[in-house]
Design a protein around this ligand. Structure first.
Ligand code: SF4
Ligand code: ZN
Ligand code: ZN
Length: 325
């Protein structure tokens, strides 16, 4: 019994310094204390950034922060990496306008920008003509779920701000689980061409900003642990419109997320391997195919942003909403 206790104590110790371990990865076979876990996660993110050349030739980066744990952790780590490389950063928070929830989101994002002395901008969906409080009108007139309109608007605004502010890249806080969920959804629904947009770096052009995903290889559980250990201030709650809140409203994407989570928990490392192979073996083939039938992006004649048609989807949605008062 005595020996067993000694063993128990031993296995709870950090493998580097013998302090109490707070993190254990079966896949990496590591056990780390608070201090070594912080170093480990920063190094993992730095390695992802270097490996995919995320900050190569970047002079100014737009960091999109929603106030949630992922984007807050990304902001803190990317700030250090950018400072070290002398890269200018600009923070962006988009106020989607869903009552108290959005007010808290913006508050948390601003607190982090101010704590790190990062200059920032706030963009509001309402200023573009989207009143998210009127969910029924949005869904009825656009014939899209509210999250589809909100997601499209956020992507549009991020790009527009990045181009306007002359940023060479937009950094978003998508983690490994988010990306695997999108990838599986595109595979299941047969939209293979969208897989190429799920790379760690998606190159842009004169009116389409380059996108980088520094948390591409990081598990959401590691991000949450990092935020908690460092007492980072982030919004813990989900959007009241989220379909994940109730089983009956869950979408296929939500179900796939549960599946991805369970898969990674039961087979640690499986999701990271899936994404690595997707990137290395499948996406290059798809890119060659897509290049053959490339659909040239035009410029939207209303806003000047990239569009497949004469008018971009965002401008079309805005005009529908305007028409319906
Ligand atoms: Fe927008 Fe939907 Fe996300 Fe809420 S859950 S912020 S409505 S995309
Ligand atoms: Zn340690
Ligand atoms: Zn447009």
């Amino acid at each position: 019994m005595k020996d067993f206790n000694r063993f128990e104590i031993m296995i709870r110790r950090c493998m580097f310094c013998n302090e109490e371990a707070i993190y254990y990865s079966k896949y990496r076979k590591i056990r780390l204390c608070r201090h070594h876990f912080i170093n480990y996660l920063k190094t993992e993110i730095e390695n992802t950034v270097s490996r995919y050349g995320m900050l190569r030739n970047v002079k100014k980066v737009l960091i999109a922060v929603s106030g949630g744990k992922d984007s807050v952790v990304m902001l803190h780590i990317l700030k250090e990496l950018c400072d070290y490389r002398n890269i200018e950063i600009l923070g962006l928070v988009i106020d989607v306008g869903i009552g108290e929830f959005s007010k808290r989101q913006v508050k948390y994002a601003i607190r982090n920008f101010e704590k790190l002395k990062v200059p920032y901008m706030i963009e509001r969906l309402i200023d573009y003509g989207i009143d998210m409080q009127d969910r029924e009108k949005i869904e009825k007139t656009t014939r899209r779920p509210v999250c589809s309109v909100c997601g499209l608007a956020k992507r549009y605004i991020m790009n527009r701000v990045a181009i306007r502010e002359k940023c060479d890249a937009i950094a978003t806080g998508h983690n490994m689980i988010d990306i695997a969920q999108y990838a599986l959804h595109n595979i299941i629904t047969g939209n293979l061409e969208y897989l190429v947009k799920l790379k760690p770096v998606v190159e842009g052009n004169h009116n389409l900003a380059r996108k980088i995903r520094p948390l591409y290889s990081i598990d959401e559980k590691e991000i949450e642990l990092y935020a908690k250990i460092l007492n980072l201030e982030y919004l813990p709650e989900q959007c009241p419109y989220s379909t994940r809140l109730d089983y009956r409203s869950m979408t296929m994407q939500d179900m796939l997320r549960i599946y991805v989570r369970e898969l990674e928990d039961k087979y640690p490392g499986s999701i990271r391997t899936f994404l690595e192979r997707l990137n290395r073996n499948i996406i290059p083939i798809l890119e060659q195919e897509i290049a053959k039938n490339i659909e040239k992006y035009k410029t939207c004649k209303i806003c000047g942003m990239p569009s497949k048609d004469d008018v971009c989807t965002f401008c079309r949605i805005i005009s529908i909403l305007k028409k319906h008062g």
